[in-house]
Design a protein around this ligand. Structure first.
Ligand SMILES: [Fe+2]
Ligand SMILES: [Fe+2]
Length: 241
């Protein structure tokens, strides 16, 4: 299901219409999307892996997006299994690639994949940058949105915020449905109790020039970003709409 987000960013995620309950508890009548993106630059970065039910499709998407290229980096923004389950398969297929995460990420990788041997790793701190050539990725830590290791990634070249679970929604990408209903249900099910932490991230995001938001679930958001960010502000402040 590859498609170009921009000239150098390609969608390589997958839809899941076989899923019964997301995280074993949330009904998802229109399925779920596990998003992943390839940034094609002098160095190639893959933004997160996807759920284990779709590993093969994801690896095929990487091959199609990169043509004969090899990924240089795998950026791990979130370790929940719907995004991390294919790390082992990635390392086996691309052993030379550098796995990028923070201290907490690598602790979790060790717990989730005790057998996994990573040749190359890069541990980043909040505010660190990673130069791919034309794109310089800026890591913005977002603890507890939705787990402690979560980080978002800002790409100033394209004015894109890779927002991890933030701004995600239930529903596969090949289903046409209103954003807010399923984003609201997702938000309150998954991160609703971490309102103060979401507020902290919104303050960090306000300092960035953002034209597109690329979450790990649901569609890319562009245009009316004020509307989406405004809803997040309301929800995370526990105010009534
Ligand atoms: Fe999550
Ligand atoms: Fe997720």
């Amino acid at each position: 299901m590859n498609r170009n987000i921009t000239d150098s960013i390609i969608y390589i995620g997958a839809n899941d219409h076989d899923i019964d309950l997301f995280e074993g508890q949330y009904i998802v009548p229109n399925g779920m999307a596990y998003n992943s993106y390839a940034i094609i630059d002098e160095k190639i970065a893959i933004m997160d892996t996807i759920d284990k039910s779709k590993t093969d499709e994801w690896l095929q998407n990487i091959d199609a997006a990169l043509k004969c290229g090899m990924p240089d980096y795998l950026i791990v923004q979130h370790m929940e299994p719907d995004h991390s389950a294919s790390i082992q398969a990635f390392v086996e297929k691309f052993p030379q690639a550098t796995i990028v995460g923070n201290k907490k990420t690598f602790k979790m990788i060790g717990q989730f994949f005790p057998e996994l041997e990573m040749k190359n790793t890069l541990e980043v701190e909040n505010g660190d940058k990673l130069d791919l050539g034309g794109h310089e990725l800026n890591f913005v830590f977002a603890p507890m949105v939705h787990w402690p290791e979560v980080m978002m990634t800002y790409d100033p070249a394209e004015k894109i915020l890779f927002s991890a679970d933030g701004f995600g929604k239930f529903g596969a990408l090949d289903v046409d449905e209103d954003w807010a209903c399923e984003a609201r249900r997702y938000y309150f099910g998954i991160v609703g109790k971490y309102g103060p932490q979401v507020q902290t991230v919104l303050k960090k995001a306000a300092a960035l020039d953002i034209e597109k938001i690329l979450p790990l679930h649901g569609p890319m958001l562009e245009e009316k970003l004020g509307y989406y960010i405004g809803l997040y502000d309301t929800w995370s402040s526990y105010l009534a709409e």
